[in-house]
Write a protein that binds this ligand. Structure first.
Ligand SMILES: Nc1nc2c(ncn2[C@@H]2O[C@H](COP(=O)(O)OP(=O)(O)OP(=O)(O)O)[C@@H](O)[C@H]2O)c(=O)[nH]1
Length: 401
């Protein structure tokens, strides 16, 4: 007889078998910001009324004119509210879009919208003309609270900024504040896609100058020219600008030539602003960008890059610098990164993507990249923000080589 007691007989433990079901897809969310009067409402009105085949939920601060104009087309559908007392919160439109009005960007309102998940495929979130999209973007990206809740249903697809082709340049130039940066520059800096709208009212030369200024502030944004927000919605939605597990097409293009812009006015070719090529440091009114080539990184250099980003984003200083510049020293510049992106390889050949919004960032390996998406010969890192001087560039280049 065995001396193993019954109790000792190993029993099978119910191990949690990983589900083979693919995770539920999350709904992409695009933040729309724009200069005052640039044409945000016009774009949104178009989206809410035209037959385009997309089921989009648009969240706006107030219905305003949009709802008045579309009142006849609106079918207020609220089974729980036959009297329509709360009908101003959700309106289902004839073209399949859902219009939602919220007074603030509180998570609760968006949660309410998500109860209608399945009724739409994409969310557009309009901000007021003066909003800095950065804090809103970070609310939807890598925020622990968000990840536990709404993050299971929503992912940030991109930030779209509408700029007035006529007044945009002067708005950007005038928009300097004694302390910090003006909102128009923050909007351009934080955008993944910029619509230069009202090009029917501006000369081609003025449009080019404006696009140059936009590229100076944000070389990684894709620029499209529009009249009355007329654009293929596929160019502004589903761009996956914050993805860390694949390389979005737009981004790869941007990294190959960050100053290309595409015209939607029947103009087939991209516009090249060749005088910026080869330049790696741009500056406009305190806000600037750094674009640095990145060779394949061995483990030491990879760790150095990670530590560099951590120090710059979290401590607003360069590694090796004791502390952030003394606030009373007017000549010293504090570093403030608003957005960073990058694609690079490690010495093993694995491709990595860097994504960052303000002080949050992620470096992740691209598991399965589409070989059709051309990678640049060398990796590229782009930082957009304040105080990104030549000294900062030198410091970054030093840790990479
Ligand atoms: N000529 C021309 N007018 C335009 C174009 N886009 C918008 N407009 C007009 O410009 C004015 C302002 O447009 P809106 O769409 O209200 O601008 P907005 O960005 O929503 O404005 P705010 O919310 O007040 O900041 C309106 O009278 C529009 O009809 C365009 O491409 N060309």
């Amino acid at each position: 007889m065995s001396d193993i007691e019954d109790d000792d007989v190993p029993t099978l433990i119910d191990a949690e078998v990983p589900s083979t079901e693919p995770p539920e897809p999350t709904v992409p969310l695009t933040i729309i910001c724009g200069f005052l009067g640039a044409g945000k409402s016009t774009l949104i009105r178009r989206i809410l009324t035209e037959k385009h085949g997309y089921r989009i939920a648009v969240i706006m601060n107030e219905f305003g004119d949009t709802a008045d104009i579309e009142a006849k087309a609106i079918n207020v559908a609220s089974p729980d509210d036959p009297l329509g007392e709360t009908s101003e919160e959700f309106l289902e439109l004839a073209n399949g879009c859902l219009c939602c009005s919220i007074k603030d960007l509180g998570i609760a309102a968006i949660e309410k919208l998500m109860q209608r998940k399945g009724a739409f495929d994409h969310i557009l979130l309009e901000t007021t003309g003066l909003a800095d999209p950065g804090p809103i973007a970070s609310m939807f990206w890598h925020n622990e609270e968000f990840a536990m809740g709404l993050g299971r249903d929503i992912h940030l697809d991109g930030v779209l900024c509408v700029v007035d082709a006529v007044f945009g340049l002067s708005q950007m130039e005038e928009d300097k504040k004694i302390e910090g940066l003006g909102e128009s520059l923050r909007q351009v800096a934080g955008a993944d896609v910029v619509l230069v709208n009202k090009i029917d009212l501006a000369s081609p030369e003025d449009v080019e100058n404006l696009e140059d200024a936009i590229s100076q502030v944000n070389p990684a944004a894709t620029i499209h020219r529009t009249v009355k927000g007329e654009i293929d919605l596929g160019l502004i939605m589903g761009i996956d600008a914050y993805s860390t597990d694949k390389i979005p097409l737009t981004k790869a293009e941007n990294f190959v030539d960050a100053t290309d812009s595409v015209c939607n006015e029947g103009c087939a070719e991209s516009h090249h602003h060749s005088h910026h090529k080869g330049s790696h440091h741009y500056e406009m009114r305190g806000i600037s960008s750094l674009q640095v080539s990145c060779p394949p990184l061995d483990p030491v250099h990879f760790d150095q890059l990670d530590a560099w980003i951590r120090t710059v984003l979290w401590e607003c200083r360069l590694p090796g610098q004791d502390s952030k510049p003394d606030q009373s020293d007017k000549t010293a510049t504090t570093i403030e990164v608003l957005r960073c992106k990058g694609i690079f390889t490690r010495h093993t050949g694995d491709v990595y993507v860097l994504q960052g919004v303000r002080n949050m960032y992620e470096i992740s390996k691209v598991e399965d990249h589409d070989s059709n998406v051309g990678l640049p010969d060398e990796g590229k890192l782009v930082f957009i923000g304040k105080g990104l001087t030549e000294q900062v560039r030198g410091s970054l280049e030093k840790v990479l080589r």
